[in-house]
Write a protein that binds this ligand. Sequence first.
Ligand SMILES: Nc1ncnc2c1ncn2[C@@H]1O[C@H](COP(=O)(O)OP(=O)(O)O)[C@@H](O)[C@H]1O
Ligand SMILES: [Mg+2]
Length: 255
Amino acid sequence: MGLSDKKKKKSPFSVVEDPKTLHKNLEFTATEQYKLLRTNLDFTLPEGEKCPVIGVTSSVRSEGKSTTSVNLAYVLAERGSRVLLIDGDLRIPSIARKMQIDNSPGLTDLLMGRGSQMGEFQSSILKNWFILPSGNIPPNPSELLGSRRMETVLKGLKEVFNYIIIDLPPVNIVSDALSVASMISGMIVVIREDYTEKKDVERCFRQLSLSNVKILGCVINGAKLEGGSYGKYKKYKYYKYYRYERDSGDKRSRK
Ligand SMILES: Nc1ncnc2c1ncn2[C@@H]1O[C@H](COP(=O)(O)OP(=O)(O)O)[C@@H](O)[C@H]1O
Ligand SMILES: [Mg+2]
């Protein structure tokens, strides 16, 4: 990213570049925001669902979907749940690189019926955290993600996990995220502050709404924190979590 080593070390995102120190590297305010996201999910997820499947998407690229997916999966697993993180970006997968694992075998292998043991995907960080990379990039990602086979695979996985997080491509660029709409409990939408354009956010929500996706919340990535009681952490930008009320108007959000 062209940052100096010193600056890199201070970034909350060094967490995904150096998975071995994930729990140590994530700075206090960032960790707290992810925990808040975790708590808020408890309220927005459909009650009584055995294994919620949470999609993570955004309107365009580089808003922080994969970063959010990794860190959300981590805080959920840290609480003791059995969590599976799936790289569902079959066009530009990044979870394997971020977590420094092989990208194959992965999701596409499961979808092609090339069975793999889930034990292969256990992370070295937490024993109850499993990471399924994309596998080899297929020629037809959208069809694969929306296939009956994907439904079957997810159904099987739901039997053995408490949470499944799927990192998806951006809604305004390709239809892949919408292809899984009917298979997920809901979607988290990442919006990057000072980056994402309003018209793109609007388009994204319109598309999700047309596909009847339940919006579980928005992560405002890079949001400035109000207050300032965090002392030295104040100057860093982390995340804010908003509940998104789909039925009460697209743009209304509350903390
Ligand atoms: N708030 C942030 N501050 C600094 N860097 C960030 C932030 N969010 C994401 N990044 C970096 O931006 C790049 C894109 O993030 P990523 O999560 O891969 O986006 P996406 O999956 O939406 O394309 C990555 O290099 C990531 O480390
Ligand atoms: Mg990504």
